[in-house]
Design a binder for this molecule. Structure first.
Ligand code: ACM
Length: 556
C-alpha cells in the first residue's frame, strides 16, 4: 500500500496553479462571491485599519497577522476614512436563517482604496477577517493586493469542530494554541479537547493531586512501527489550571469554544491508577492498573459507587469554571462491561435500581453524571454509546460508529453532532505516503475526496428534525499522532474539506472547484507554516518532516 515519494515542496507548484484559477481561493466557500468593477486594493505599508462598534483588538489581530505572515505593517486608525480597511458592526446587516447563523454572518466589500467588513457581531467581523486574509494575493510587482469583489456569507452549521486527543500524546500549550489558530483560519468554532485517557490524565485538579502526579505519566509508549512492544521511554505531561486558562482565552479571542472531554466510565485507567478506590476493586483478584502503556480498549472502568460520583462532582467543581462553554463531553465510549459483570457491588447497584443489564447500568451512570452537570449549569455531550441502555432526553450525542444512532437520537428528540468514522476520523490513513514508520496511522482509509462527500444530515431526516443536527466535527485521535508536524500532516487539508462541509451551503460545494481553491490555499498554508499533506502524500515542509518523530517526553 505504501509508496516511496521524494519529499519535495509542492507549494510553489500549487501557488502557480492558484494564480491561474478563476475564482478566489476561499475555503470554506462563502454563500456568494461577486466580482465588482474597480481596481484591486493594494495592501501597502501603513494602510489604515479602523474598527467601528467593536473591540479594537480585532484590528490588532489583523495587523499582527499581516506583519507576521506578509511583512506588511498596517496602521491602526481611530476612525474610518475613504481609504483603508474598516471593520464595522452593523446591527441591520441582512442575514437570513437561524439567530446563531446571523451572529456569525458578515459582508465584505473590496475595491479601489477600501475594504469594508460588516457584521452584526464581533464574531461575524472575525469570520470576515479570515476571508480577507485568504483573499490576499501577490501582485505583479511582488506586493500584495485584494481583488475587487463582494462577499456575503453565513454558516450552514452551528457546531464546526475539531477534536484533539492530548491523552495518548501530549501537546504543549503553544502547540494547542497553534492548532487553534489554524482552526480559526478555516472558521471552525469548536475545539473539543480530549483531556483524559487510559494513557494519561492531562488536567490539573486541585484537591486530587495524584491525578497528575501519577495519572499524567506512563512508564513507556508503544514502539514506533511495532506498537505491540514498548519503547522503554517514560512519557507524560499535563496542563496546569493556568495552562487551561491560557488555551481557553486564546480560543475565545478567536471565537472558538473549548469543550473539555473528561472520559467516564471507560478509558479511565489513568484515573484509577491514581485513585484505586475509583475502580471495581471488589472483583476477586482485582489489582490496581497502571497508566496504560499500550493502545486499544482497556477493560478498566469506574465503579458505580457513591464515592465515585462524589469525586466526579468535586472534579467538576474544580475544573468546570475554567471552561465557559455550555457543553461538557463525558466520553462514554468503549466502556467494556466485563468489570461491572464481575463486580458484586456493581451487580447490587443493578438490583437496587432494577437495571436489567450492564448497558442499563451505563445509562444510569451517565444520567447520574448528567445531573451533576445540570446542577452546575452545563449540558452533557457524549459519544454514541451513551444511548446504550437508554438515552437521556436532554443529552447531546456525538455520532461516531453508525449513522443509525443519529437517526434514533433525532427521532427521540436529542441533538446530535455528526462525527462518523466514515468521514471525520483524521487519524485514519489518507492515501500514499513516504515509506517510513513516521507515517504510520491507526489504519482505515479516509482520503480527502471522501471527507468532501460528507453530508452531515442523515438521509431521511424529517425536516422538523434537521435543526437537531448541530453540526459536525473531525477527530484527531493521537495514538500515531506524536508531534505537531504529524498532527498538521494528518489534519490538513482534510480539515479544509470538513470546514467547507460544515460552513458552506450544499449548493455552493463542488469537488472540482474545491480542489482548485485548495491549490490556491497553498500560499496561506505556507504563510502559516503548516506542514500539510501534499497531493503526492509527502509533507509540505521537508525540513519539518523529520520532526514527525515523537516529542521528547515532558519532564515530571
Ligand atoms: C471513539 O472513537 N472511541 C469515540
Amino acid at each position: 500500500m505504501r509508496c516511496t515519494v521524494p519529499l519535495i515542496p509542492l507549494i510553489a507548484v500549487l501557488a502557480a496553479e492558484a494564480i491561474q484559477g478563476s475564482e478566489p481561493a476561499l475555503i470554506p466557500q462563502p454563500l456568494a462571491v461577486t466580482p465588482v468593477t474597480g481596481s484591486p486594493v493594494a495592501l501597502v505599508e501603513g494602510l489604515p485599519v479602523a474598527v467601528i462598534g467593536a473591540d479594537a483588538a480585532l484590528a490588532d489581530d489583523l495587523c499582527a497577522r499581516c506583519a507576521a505572515e506578509l511583512h506588511v505593517h498596517l496602521a491602526r486608525a481611530p476612525s474610518a476614512s475613504d481609504s483603508g480597511i474598516v471593520l464595522r458592526i452593523d446591527p441591520a446587516l441582512q442575514a437570513s436563517g437561524a439567530a446563531w447563523a446571523a451572529e456569525e454572518a458578515y459582508a465584505l466589500t473590496s475595491g479601489g482604496r477600501q475594504i469594508t467588513i460588516s457584521a452584526r457581531t464581533p464574531h461575524g467581523l472575525f469570520n470576515g477577517m479570515q476571508t480577507l486574509l485568504q483573499l490576499i494575493v501577490r501582485d505583479t510587482a511582488g506586493g500584495f493586493q485584494v481583488p475587487a469583489l463582494e462577499v456575503r456569507d453565513a454558516p450552514r452549521f452551528h457546531w464546526r469542530g475539531l477534536m484533539l486527543d492530548c491523552g495518548r500524546h501530549f501537546f504543549t500549550v503553544a502547540e494547542v494554541c497553534r492548532f487553534i489558530d489554524q482552526m480559526a483560519s478555516y472558521k471552525f468554532n469548536t475545539f473539543h479537547w480530549h483531556l483524559t485517557e487510559d494513557q494519561g490524565w492531562r488536567i490539573e485538579v486541585p484537591g486530587y493531586p495524584k491525578l497528575t502526579s501519577v495519572g499524567a505519566w506512563r512508564a513507556e509508549s508503544p514502539r514506533m512501527g511495532e506498537a505491540g512492544k514498548g519503547d522503554g521511554v517514560p512519557y507524560g505531561g499535563f496542563y496546569t489550571q493556568e495552562d487551561i486558562r491560557t488555551v481557553v482565552q486564546h480560543a475565545s479571542a478567536r471565537f472558538i469554544t473549548v469543550i473539555p472531554e473528561l472520559e467516564m466510565p471507560g478509558h479511565s485507567s489513568a484515573a484509577i491508577a491514581s485513585y484505586p478506590e475509583l475502580g471495581n476493586f471488589d472483583i476477586p483478584g482485582w489489582t490496581t492498573p497502571v497508566v496504560a502503556t499500550r493502545f486499544g480498549v482497556n477493560r478498566h472502568t469506574l465503579a458505580p459507587r457513591e464515592e465515585t460520583f462524589h469525586m466526579i462532582a468535586a472534579v467538576f467543581d474544580a475544573v468546570l469554571p475554567l471552561f465557559p462553554g455550555a457543553y461538557v463531553h463525558i466520553g462514554g465510549d468503549e466502556s467494556p462491561i466485563t468489570e461491572w459483570h464481575a463486580s458484586p457491588f456493581a451487580q447490587q447497584v443493578m438490583q437496587e435500581h432494577h437495571l436489567a443489564d450492564e448497558h442499563q447500568l451505563q445509562s444510569w451512570f451517565i444520567q447520574r453524571v448528567e445531573q451533576l452537570l445540570t446542577q452546575r449549569g452545563k449540558r452533557l455531550i457524549g459519544w454514541d454509546e451513551i444511548q446504550e441502555g437508554g438515552l437521556s432526553p436532554t443529552a447531546t450525542m456525538m455520532v461516531w460508529r453508525n449513522w443509525k444512532w443519529a437517526t434514533a437520537a433525532l427521532a427521540h428528540g436529542n441533538d446530535v453532532v455528526m462525527s462518523p468514522t466514515t468521514h471525520t476520523y483524521f487519524d485514519y490513513s489518507q492515501g500514499p505516503h513516504p515509506d517510513s514508520p513516521l507515517f504510520q496511522t491507526i489504519g482505515g482509509n479516509l482520503p480527502l475526496e471522501k471527507v468532501y462527500t460528507f453530508e452531515p444530515i442523515p438521509e431521511g431526516t424529517a425536516s422538523e428534525r434537521i435543526m437537531q443536527v448541530l453540526g459536525c466535527q473531525g477527530q484527531l485521535w493521537s495514538e500515531y499522532i506524536w508531534s505537531m508536524p504529524k498532527l498538521e500532516y494528518m489534519a490538513w487539508p482534510r480539515a479544509c474539506a470538513l470546514a467547507e462541509v460544515a460552513w458552506s451551503a450544499p449548493a455552493a460545494r463542488a469537488w472540482p472547484s474545491f480542489t482548485q481553491r485548495l491549490a490556491g490555499q497553498a500560499p496561506l498554508l505556507e504563510r502559516m507554516g503548516i506542514d500539510y499533506r501534499t497531493n503526492d502524500g509527502s509533507p509540505a515542509l521537508p525540513e519539518r518532516s523529520l520532526a514527525l518523530t515523537p516529542h521528547a517526553p515532558a519532564s515530571r
